[in-house]
Write a protein that binds this ligand. Structure first.
Ligand code: ARG
Length: 434
């Protein structure tokens, strides 16, 4: 039975095709749907569309449904189209005709939108928390190993000295940039679309400021058409933030895979964090970072997928938008899984403290030696040529002294300043870090 049933049953194949796996995905929206309805009926009472008694009865009914959702007893029945219909059916079944009044002045179009906004706010916060955990691990590893040098590469050729402090710290600061995207996505989500109804508002004198306050939104989408346009845009902004984090974590995963390779041997993990081969008895593979890299690479396709789904849609609601849930919901849990796994693995990473004593890394120090000569008064180009000729003639002997002091360099990581940038961003969305 559909909310829109007018006396004929839709063809079963049509029903199945259009509903797809929406019932399953809508289960994740259930608690937000009830939250939105609670705010909506409070507002309906304030403008005289419900009596105080009706409000009380409906609020009680919705709270009962909320309790069922929390304890896992809520389900969307097979013949019911979506979560919005299920909640309305349950209310009407339990409370009779008063249940039928709840939908005045709204449409499932703004209902699903408000559910999504509420959910995205929370999901983005969850992603921020998981990101903050990785950030903190990276920062403490960076400080712990700030004196341990490692090779830095350009063009995949040995270039200049780097350090574990720089390496871990680089990914921490890169996550700060991703957090900028996430906070922006949060701000897009944090606006009330309720009251836009089917997409063109309502002739009821809806108090949209009241539902904005009730639902704790910082602002509202004022223009009702703009509110509807935010379906797709909200998910797109969130997907950009997710893709941005995924690019950082995927990049880090690639480094770890490479650094675990015997030809590098920069980092390792206890045996139980590696995987084996069915044929080669010696193998200790970095599968966890390969899966992380693969998942993160897939997540970077999200903004494209959403762009393709939503580009050139006619203005107003179109059912295509339903499919957004299928893209964004699994993406939220995938990125959190990757972040959690990354934080977990960072807790067990072992680093090679003696990489640079191998003579194959001697050339890392050429720039150090050029700079030392320059500081003692030799013009830079001359010093460069002297060391260059020593290398060319096989006579170069590195001094192996590294002294970097400027902001952000090996000897001055600015960990606290980076932490402060992250803290300011997280504060904006109510997430605390130490
Ligand atoms: N399941 C639908 C969605 O996610 C709910 C809105 C349905 N609206 C409609 N006009 N058919 O978009």
């Amino acid at each position: 039975m559909q909310l829109w049933n007018k006396g004929f049953e839709p063809d079963r194949m049509i029903e199945e095709f259009t509903v797809g796996n929406d019932r399953e995905l809508d289960m994740l929206l259930a608690r937000y749907d009830v939250q939105g309805s609670l705010a909506h009926i409070k507002m309906l009472e304030s403008i005289g569309l419900l009596t105080a008694d009706e409000l009380e009865v409906l609020t009680g009914g919705l709270n009962e449904i909320a309790a069922k959702i929390e304890c896992g007893e809520f389900a969307i029945a097979p013949g019911v189209e979506d979560v919005h219909s299920q909640v309305e059916f349950m209310l009407t079944e339990r409370l009779g005709d008063v249940g039928k009044k709840i939908h005045s002045g709204r449409s499932r179009n703004d209902q699903v939108l408000v559910d999504l906004k509420l959910m995205m706010r929370e999901s983005l916060r969850d992603i921020a928390k998981a990101t903050a955990q990785v950030f903190e691990s990276l920062q403490s590893l960076s400080e712990e190993h700030k004196d341990v040098l490692m090779p830095g590469y350009t063009h995949m050729q040995i270039a200049m000295p780097s350090s574990f402090g720089l390496w871990f710290g680089a990914y921490a600061e890169s996550l700060v940039d991703d957090m900028q995207m996430l906070v922006a996505a949060y701000n897009v989500a944090d606006q009330n679309p309720l009251g836009s109804a089917a997409g063109y508002g309502s002739s009821f004198p809806l108090d949209r400021a009241m539902t904005t306050r009730e639902l704790g939104f910082s602002s509202m989408h004022y223009n009702v058409v703009a509110a509807q346009m935010s379906r797709g845009k909200t998910e797109r902004a969130a997907s950009m933030a997710i893709a941005s984090i995924a690019s950082t974590i995927g990049h880090f995963a690639m480094d770890v895979c490479m650094y675990m390779c015997q030809n590098f041997g920069f980092v390792s993990f206890p045996d139980e964090f590696t995987t084996g081969s069915s044929i080669m008895p010696h193998k200790k593979n970095p599968d966890v970072f390969e899966i992380m890299r693969g998942k993160c690479n897939r997540l970077q396709a999200l903004p494209n997928e959403i762009a393709l789904l939503t580009t050139n849609l006619p203005l107003g609601y179109n059912r295509d938008l339903q499919l957004l849930k299928d893209i964004i919901f699994p993406a939220v849990s995938e990125i959190i899984k990757c972040l959690d796994m990354c934080a977990f693995m960072l807790g067990h990473i072992r680093i090679n403290r003696d990489i640079l004593s191998d003579s194959k890394y001697d050339y890392l120090f050429t720039v150090e030696d050029v700079n030392r000569m320059t500081l003692s008064g030799v013009p830079f180009r001359e010093a460069y040529r002297t060391i260059g000729m020593q290398v060319q003639n096989g006579e170069y002997k590195p001094t192996r002294q590294v002294s970097h002091t400027h902001a952000g360099s090996i000897g001055n990581l600015c960990t606290d300043a980076i932490h402060e940038k992250m803290k300011i961003l997280l504060d904006k969305i109510g997430v605390n870090i130490l």
